[in-house]
Design a protein around this ligand. Structure first.
Ligand SMILES: *Cc1c(COP(=O)(O)O)cnc(C)c1O
Length: 835
């Protein structure tokens, strides 16, 4: 080999492979050693595991950069791009995913082995960027993966929180929150872009003025200005040349040090200004629902939206001749929930105030640019901001919203003459008690499309929380059912089952999931395939069992039925209904030890919002039941209860593939879609669930004979509510339920303290807002059926295979194709075919 002329040109034969781009294990090995030395400044003898991890991460990142640079160039040349605005992204660890998508997993394993290291150990060195709370942030990450894989020119925009979602520890059964210091050891996946920075104004007042043509204008004189700086993370598509950008904004003071203040002696004033500015991107709000009245939260939203829109305008201009006047032709901007909905007013401000475009034209551009995804049916979760707070922080935006509203309500008056009640409901300003800006109304009025995230959810949106908007703009409403990426959630996290599927139907299912994975169906009748399927599931359960022992000390039997519920802890998700079932099993087994039920391990995981008292009490409740059940020798190998701490993407990758039963038991009409339901089922778990969110569509696809359905429908719940629901009636007429509640109240699970769980039992008996008691018997019976089905291993495995083969619709690739067709009207752009 010619060692003298290392180079990249493929025209030059027999060159040493480039240390930055070579894909053989030899090249990767040299690259790791070079990065260890030149980036980490370490030699192998004294390198820590983290040094090796960093060297490996830079090696993998190097291999994305060439594609990335070409993809960015392609994006700048593209005629239209998607911008996904989301206050949350939950991408999970990057390393293994990037190796998989680049197609260098095996070479890297070999290279690492030659260095005397274990790839799996290095992979676990990586902490994950917890820049989201749960489903919404994870959806954004799955969408970025699909956008990159489908070669759609796109940018994800968000906030580079210094502290992401807290790490959860369990102490004495209670949740403890630990600050997530994900940047402490450095982040090899991001590239700081100090030259891509924007000024974001806050506060102050507005003044009327006239421009050079004598037209009336408004000037915003802000009280302070914060700088937003870009940090880019490459998002590689699966086995394509395209690498997209996740661009996250970090807030900084405009001048890192205010010398003027320093000179006149106000040293602390100068530093304080810096602190206040940096606070904006400091921490993620750990609530699944909006945080009321938190000024900083609104500042975060406006901060990242303003930076992102300014960035889009700049990129548009780079293409040459890109006037802000054609903004809507160049970009499709998706608002992930109302968190970025201030974008409607900010784009109007940028177009009208900064670029001198007439209001009417600017409004057309704005509506054509944005589309809004709604994620919730809980009325209390609809974001609103009080007028005084809004005016103080964003005085110009409030004026713009008033003007949008004035014109909007004029149209409404014409459409519904004399219907003042409707006018009040539609207004962007809620005037019922205090005055608030209604962000969902702003998003819907300022967008050309509004979508729900599952068929049932979109229908309920039209009938309930967005009824008036729907009646006014029926043409705006579309459904796009959520999906998850089969790359991370199958190929990466469940290599066993992925290998089996590929052996059976070839590997086209990884990108063409819907059409290809269906061909697995015939294999459900093949006994040797079923056997292999069973063995893979057992291996996955064995691995999880080890992890459970490591993290909790509880020893579980991998032969038992793994019955799993992992998701944020919320009353509407009804983890406590699952807990009631455990108690019923416990009582029944105590009474009749020869009961013909399979041994069962019930596993929970999920974080509670730190201020959500009942959610935290539910965690304590589960752990208290676990203590009693796991400590009872008669329950050994019959029933076990585990609370797996710190549920996050990484832990999910262990947990979903190991499940036999997936618990999707929310009160019908409350869960917008759910995506955990899809991850479980794609990994061969059978669902026990209500007709809620995407469960409805999962049931349709897999067939009712492969789904354990229970509970009231959304309509029945609504009727029961209307007629006056009395949970005590259900309690009185159900002996077992009564016994369970009395056992809890007696202090049986709380070392004799009868008051500990009283807030829970009181909530159930007096209000039961989420209809646990109404669904109780149906759930218990259904769990019985699931247990019986599990006793027949052949039948169970058959159902498991059929589930997977029929779940192809729930790939996020399908979701993204629907967004492309129904909402964005963007063509994929094949980077590998561009030169
Ligand atoms: C998928 C996922 C969720 C969403 O789960 P649901 O069951 O749909 O609520 C939340 N958190 C993490 C870490 C996930 O991976």
């Amino acid at each position: 080999m010619n060692q003298k002329h290392p180079g990249r040109s493929s025209a030059m034969p027999r060159l040493r492979e480039d240390v930055r781009t070579g894909l053989t294990s030899e090249a990767i090995k040299s690259a790791i050693l070079e990065n260890l030395y030149y980036v980490q400044a370490r030699i192998p003898r004294i390198a820590t595991q983290n040094d090796w991890y960093m060297a490996l991460a830079y090696t993998v990142r190097d291999r994305m950069l060439d594609r990335w640079v070409r993809s960015i160039a392609a994006l700048q040349r593209s005629s239209r791009a998607v911008c996904y605005l989301s206050a949350e992204f939950l991408p999970g660890p990057h390393l293994a995913n990037a190796m998989m998508n680049l197609g260098i997993y095996e070479q890297t394993r070999e290279a690492v082995k030659q260095l005397g290291l274990d790839l799996d150990v290095l992979i676990t060195q990586e902490g994950e960027p917890g820049l989201g709370n749960g489903g919404l942030g994870r959806l954004a990450a799955c969408f970025l993966d699909s956008l990159a894989t489908l070669e759609v020119p796109s940018i994800g925009y968000g906030i580079r929180y210094e502290f992401g979602i807290f790490d959860q520890e369990i102490r004495d059964g209670w949740q403890r929150e630990i600050t997530d210091k994900w940047l402490a050891l450095g982040n090899p996946w991001e590239i700081a872009r100090p030259e891509i920075a924007y000024y974001v104004p806050f506060g102050g007042h507005t003044e009327p003025c006239y421009d050079e043509k004598g037209r009336y204008r408004v000037r915003w004189v802000p009280e302070r200005v914060v700088k937003g700086m870009a940090y880019d993370t490459p998002i590689p598509g699966y086995h394509v040349e395209n690498v997209n950008i996740l661009r996250l904004w970090k807030s900084e003071a405009c001048e890192s040090f205010d010398f003027q203040a320093f000179n006149i002696g106000d040293y602390y004033g100068a530093v304080e200004e810096k602190l206040v500015s940096e606070t904006i991107s400091k921490v993620l709000y750990p609530n699944d629902e909006p945080t009321v009245g938190k000024q900083l939260r609104l500042a975060q939203q406006f901060f990242f939206v303003s930076c992102s829109l300014q960035d889009m305008i700049r990129i548009h201009g780079l293409g040459g001749g890109g006037l802000p006047d054609t903004f809507d032709e160049r970009y499709a901007v998706q608002l992930n929930d109302t968190h970025p909905s201030i974008a409607v007013a900010e784009l109007m401000r940028l177009l009208v105030d900064e670029h001198g475009i007439e209001w009417e034209r600017a409004w057309e551009i704005t509506k054509k640019t944005f589309a809004y995804t709604n994620h919730t049916l809980l009325p209390e979760a609809l974001e609103k901001w009080s007028l005084p707070l809004f005016r103080k922080m964003l005085p110009r935006h409030l004026e713009i919203i008033f003007e949008i509203n004035r014109r909007f309500l004029e149209d409404v008056r014409l459409a519904y003459p004399g219907d003042d009640e409707r006018l009040r409901r539609l207004s962007l300003i809620d005037e019922t008690d205090d005055r608030y800006v209604r962000m969902a109304n702003l998003a819907a009025v300022g967008s050309h499309a509004v979508n729900g995230v599952a068929a049932l959810h979109t229908e309920l949106l039209k009938k309930t929380v967005m009824k008036d908007i729907f009646e006014l703009f029926p043409e705006k409403f579309v459904n796009v059912t959520n999906g998850v990426t089969p790359r991370r959630w199958m190929v990466l996290s469940n290599p066993g089952i992925s290998r089996l599927i590929t052996q059976a139907v070839g590997d086209a299912w990884i990108c063409n999931t819907q059409d290809e994975i269906r061909r697995l169906e015939g294999f459900a009748d093949d006994p040797s395939f079923r056997d292999a399927w069973y063995r893979v599931k057992q291996e996955n359960k064995q691995k999880l069992a080890c992890l459970i022992r490591e993290r909790t000390g509880v020893v579980v039997n991998p032969q038992s039925l793994f019955d799993i519920q992992v998701k944020r802890i919320h009353e509407y998700k009804r983890q406590h209904l699952n807990a009631l079932h455990i108690i019923s099993q416990y009582i029944r087994l105590k009474r009749n030890p020869s009961l013909n039920v399979p041994p069962r391990t019930v596993i929970f995981g999920g974080k509670a919002a730190p201020g959500y008292f009942l959610a935290k009490l539910i965690i304590k409740f589960i752990n208290s039941i676990a203590e009693v059940v796991n400590g009872d020798p008669e329950m050994a190998d019959r029933l076990k209860v585990v609370f797996f701490p710190d549920f996050n993407v990484q832990n999910g990758q262990w947990i979903y593939p190991a499940a036999d039963i997936s618990e999707q038991i929310s009160t019908a009409g409350k869960e917008a879609s759910g995506t955990g339901n899809m991850k479980f089922s794609l990994n061969g778990a059978l669902t026990i669930g209500t007709l809620d969110g995407a469960n409805v569509e999962i049931l349709e696809e897999v067939g009712s004979e492969n789904f354990f359905l229970f509970g009231l429908t959304a309509e029945e719940i609504a009727n029961l509510n209307m007629l006056g629901y009395n949970p005590r009636a259900f309690y009185e007429k159900n002996e077992e339920l009564k016994e369970i509640i009395e056992l809890i109240r007696s202090g049986f699970f709380s070392k004799g303290d009868g008051s500990l769980f009283q807030p829970l039992t009181d909530a159930l008996l007096n209000r039961d807002e989420y209809f646990l008691l109404a669904d109780y018997q149906s759930y218990i019976d259904c769990q019985g059926e699931a247990g019986t089905a599990y006793l027949d291993r052949d039948r169970w495995i058959r159902m498991s295979i059929l589930n997977v083969s029929r779940m192809g619709r729930f790939s996020s690739d399908r979701s993204i194709r629907e967004y492309l067709e129904k909402i964005w009207r963007v063509e994929p752009l094949m980077v590998n075919r561009e030169k």
